[in-house]
Design a protein around this ligand. Sequence first.
Ligand code: FA5
Length: 342
Amino acid sequence: MEKEILKIKEEILSQAKKIKDFKLLRDLETKYMGRKGEFTKVLRSLSALSAEDKKKIGRLANTVKQEIASAFIELKNTLDGSEKESDFVDVTLPGKKQERGHKHPISILTGDLEDIFTSMGFMVLDGPELESDFFNFEALNIPKTHPARDMHDTFYIDKPNKNNELDLVMRTHTSSVQIRAMREYGAPLKCVAAGRVFRNEALDACHEHTFDQMEGLKIGEDISISNLIAVMRELLKGIFKKDMEVRVRPGYFPFVEPGIELDIKCTICGGSGCPSCKNSGWLELLPAGMIHPNVLKYGGIDSEKYSGFAFGLGLTRLAMMKYGIDDIRLFNGSDMRFLSQF
Ligand code: FA5
């Protein structure tokens, strides 16, 4: 048996010397060292030997096995050429389960809102997140020195625009789409535009630095605040599938006159007060108003002939209320335990 072991070793080592690629090396390994390989068979037959022989020949077999293993490792390391070990695909291994992606809750809600608005004849528009000072502030009746700029903690960009002017900001609200839409489509106009907005905010359970809003505009002849209230009602009913408790109060925004704020009773605490609603029982959700004539003028629309309403829905806060999420920071947190629930 000793002779047989040494003979197999010689065979393996002499064949190994001629090997030039990984496939042949694997074939050689399988032929001798695989489960049914010739060397493996010899090792198995050791069990039939006497205790003394087992000890003696077993020691030899182990030494030879190690020599062969090191020869194979050395050969693997020196083998070069087009085929690398990592190219080998073992088709007999079980496949890797691929995780299926799904929509983020904000994308789901945006889609639902767009469905509601398209069913009411609104167009769905888009606008840039990197915006000019003009569309974000100036054309919305907020000139450079206007104190209303303090209401937005703006991220100013220190790189000049195409005209070498320092006038770029990360948009602080989706209202920046208003003038773009008016200039592109004129009046009459019915559109919504959802997307991310950015503010340098102190964060808490209901304030994020990056959150979503949906802007809505309706411009035509004889548009009044009752049209606005009707659309807001339709919107909330479409999302919550029931009448929600809301309150309306006056609100100041330089681009509307008059302006209102619609708050929703906090669905997390039911109105008793909690961190999600800053302990007030109500959550600011839907500011709106009748579009200021100056803004219509900037949009190239005849303010004598046309009027309109605009609203700026806090979409991320709406998602909190709809799904019962008590901390807004979860939406941008990338925690799969949270996200995979949607
Ligand atoms: C505006 O952004 C106005 N552009 C809305 C508007 C449009 C008024 C058209 C009139 C006509 P405001 O800053 O209040 O308004 O933000 C609108 C909504 O966004 C708020 O009601 C709130 O729901 C949400 N929101 C504001 N700041 C944050 C924040 N830091 N984190 C999360 N949501 C916020």
